[in-house]
Design a protein around this ligand. Sequence first.
Ligand SMILES: Cc1ncc(COP(=O)(O)O)c(C=O)c1O
Length: 439
Amino acid sequence: MDTSIQNTTSKQDEILKKQRKYLFPNHLLFYSSPLPLERGEGWYVWDTEGKKYLDFFAGILTTSVGHNRQEVTSRIREQSEKLIHSSTLYPNESHVSLAEKLAEVAPGNIDVSYFTASGSEADETAVFLARAHTGNHDIIALRHGYSGRGAIGMSLTAHGNWRSPGTEVTGIKHAINPYCYRCPLKMTYPSCGVACADDIEEVIKMTTPGKIAAFLAEPIQGVGGFITPPSEYFKIAHEIVKRYEGLFISDEVQTGFGRTGSKWFGIEHSGIEPDIITMAKGIGNGMPLANTMTTTEIAQSTLKAGSTISTFGGNPVSCAAGLGVMEVLEKEATPNHVEKMGRLLRVGLEEIQKSSNVLGDVRGMGLMQGLELVKDKTSKEPSPDAANQLLEAARKEGLLIGKGGLYGNVIRIAPPLTINEDAVIDALEKLAKAFKQIG
Ligand SMILES: Cc1ncc(COP(=O)(O)O)c(C=O)c1O
């Protein structure tokens, strides 16, 4: 064996070498030189070279209560020493307890759960449920939306970058989305009267038999670049959807669990009651855990499609982690805490915007804030280069942030919900320095 190579190669290089050799090349990796992470504590993570970073993307909005939280890790440890797996064939205490807990915080009459292991599965379950309940086939989703992998997830997604050609399933149509910074109708809010919402009706009339199974939307479009609809949008959308017999599915995979501030779920800001909500990411704090929730009445329709099983659905260890997450959120990262931290973050971001010609739009709610980067504020031409440069510059400053948007030009800021004032101020200082570096 050539030990000289081993001695001179860092752990980071070894990981990157194996990544290139043994993993599919289509894994999207942030940074020109990807960043292998080794451990985390609260809102900090460390790379394999020992460098510390402030984690303001939380995985992908997933470590809702931060890394290595005792309330979560001790439950994982205890449950894994008792029973790691049972499948949905056997009832299990952590499975039913988490369902009970989520029924407490879910809006309206939503109180019945079907747990799976990923957001893609949660959305797929919602689509099956809506079709079974209504007897209708068509689903209306929104352009710039993201619903995950798999044929249904990719078909719901309206983002060329994330769809695999030829995998589309039938019956999924896309209406234009409420993207005020780049209005698809070239209108201006509020004088537009939220005209974009009318496209939902147009699409239903033009492309369906006049009855739909459901409308599925994210309260804030996450991967799409934290696109935040005007406050009236979902009320109008809901009225249209009900007129055509559809169920309203709120995809809360990113916006759930207080992320948007002051409410547990993003759709609650609109004052409408969804029929189905899907969730994942933040509920497991990194453990594979997702959920589709609905009302007792709608859930009865699942029986029309026959019984179902899931090998990993309701996994006892993942559900135990979910119970730990809820405990931390309720005592220390309530929606009101998120609202307060989100306001502090927002004020700081708007301050940075004043002195930057590339920061075209600051948007979002709570601890879900997006920065749309442009060549200049007048042309509003998307600048993926500026976003890449900012990501690299922030990394140098010891700050991890995310990226998204159709053009890859939107910075996504979404720290753990437990974050405190000092950390928000620290992140803003690091970000301001990063902006200075990109000019
Ligand atoms: C809104 C939304 N729905 C669904 C998904 C799919 O979740 P997963 O990656 O867990 O399959 C994602 C993932 O980013 C998402 O953001």
